[in-house]
Design a binder for this molecule. Structure first.
Ligand SMILES: [Cu+2]
Length: 281
């Protein structure tokens, strides 16, 4: 792709604007992808805060290592080429330097391993949950049920007329703020994956299996994610929208959802279906 000077200038300007917006926009909380976003989505759960910290830590570390190696290469190229150094040294061993270049990388790796394992345990060791939500991946939408809160289940389909585009859904998953939510995932047909970047969760939804993860949303708002396992033709159109609300609002929503999405076994339709089943036996 060829770009004119003007186009390149505009792109660079866009990047700069996005950069300053990210740095200065601490208060405007965004739980969805932003134009020109080059960083992780803002964290809204303890796990994601740790992921962001670990990412930044590694970024600083690899930058320093890369610059150090680059500096060594430059020194070698400048000082030890055949022209400036016609009679090379015959040195073959240097105990001190060999111990150093073995030990220092080992220490660096240990320094990475410790926070890495701590993060892994934080993600995998699910704390005592206040609430369980079961998300079932289907071709091509999600269904949510709340086993602790009653017998209801509802489908969450992408709503073409809703913003943000390709992320808005008709029925959002609703959870209370500052509560430990256990998320159980399974697939009804093929493998899907339940992922919400701001919570730092991404877990496969596999048919015949029940996977578990958790999050604790620390701020109210709507958080968006997407199916993250190629699952078929509408893989890109089965977004995840999680609305985080105050506990009282959540309880009110549950009462309303119980009625709206009831799996009522005594409804005329259900009774008729049961009768029909009995007759065929
Ligand atoms: Cu899917």
């Amino acid at each position: 792709m060829k770009m004119s000077k003007g186009q390149i200038g505009r792109r660079l300007l866009g990047l700069a604007v996005a950069g300053t917006a990210l740095v200065s926009g601490g208060t405007a909380f965004a739980a969805q992808p932003q134009p020109w976003e080059v960083t992780l989505q803002p964290a809204a759960s303890p796990v994601m805060e740790n992921i962001v910290w670990f990412h930044n830590f590694l970024f600083v570390l690899i930058t320093l290592i890369t610059l150090f190696v680059l500096a060594l290469l430059v020194v070698v190229v400048m000082k030890f080429n055949a022209k400036t150094n016609p009679v090379p040294s015959k040195t073959t061993h240097n105990t001190l330097i060999e111990v150093a270049w073995t030990l220092i990388p080992v220490l660096i790796l240990v320094g990475i391993a410790v926070p890495s394992f701590r993060l892994l345990f934080l993600q995998l060791d699910i704390p005592k949950a206040d609430l369980t939500v079961k998300a079932t991946g289907k071709q091509w939408y999600w269904s949510y049920s709340y086993p602790d809160n009653g017998k209801f289940e509802f489908d969450s389909l992408m709503a073409a007329d809703k913003q943000p585009r390709l992320l808005g859904v008709d029925n959002e998953m609703v959870v209370p703020v500052n509560k430990v939510i256990r998320v159980q995932t399974t697939g009804a047909d093929v493998i899907h994956a339940f992922a919400v970047p701001s919570f730092g969760i991404k877990i496969d939804a596999v048919p015949g299996r029940l996977n578990e993860t958790w999050f604790k949303a620390e701020r109210e708002g709507v958080y968006y994610g997407q199916c993250s396992e190629l699952c078929g033709k509408d893989h890109a159109f089965m977004p995840i929208a999680v609305r985080v609300v105050k506990e009282a609002d959540f309880n009110a929503w549950v009462e309303q959802a119980k009625k709206k999405f009831a799996r009522d076994d005594s409804s005329p339709v259900a009774v008729a279906a049961k009768d029909a089943k009995a007759e065929t036996r």
